[in-house]
Design a protein. Structure first.
Length: 74
């Protein structure tokens, strides 16, 4: 049971991180202001904030890693 909860939590973090990557690369972002319930909006913004934090950590690791290099086409 606990393993399944952990699995779903990790899936949720991965989805949030993908949404953060989409926002960074395209500029498109979920419209959390359309959520009318203030509590649900706050939870959605915090959920998306977790993805932003994880994305920043991954990006910082990639920049400082010898295994990644900048693509010449960018």
């Amino acid at each position: 049971m606990l393993g399944r909860v952990f699995h779903y939590a990790m899936d949720a973090v991965l989805i949030s991180t993908v949404v953060a990557g989409v926002r960074r690369s395209t500029g498109f972002t979920p419209q959390t202001e359309r959520i009318t319930d203030p509590t649900a909006r706050s939870l959605a913004e915090r959920y998306l904030g977790v993805g932003e934090t994880i994305f920043d950590m991954i990006q910082g690791t990639a920049v400082n890693s010898e295994y990644f290099k900048r693509d010449a086409r960018r």
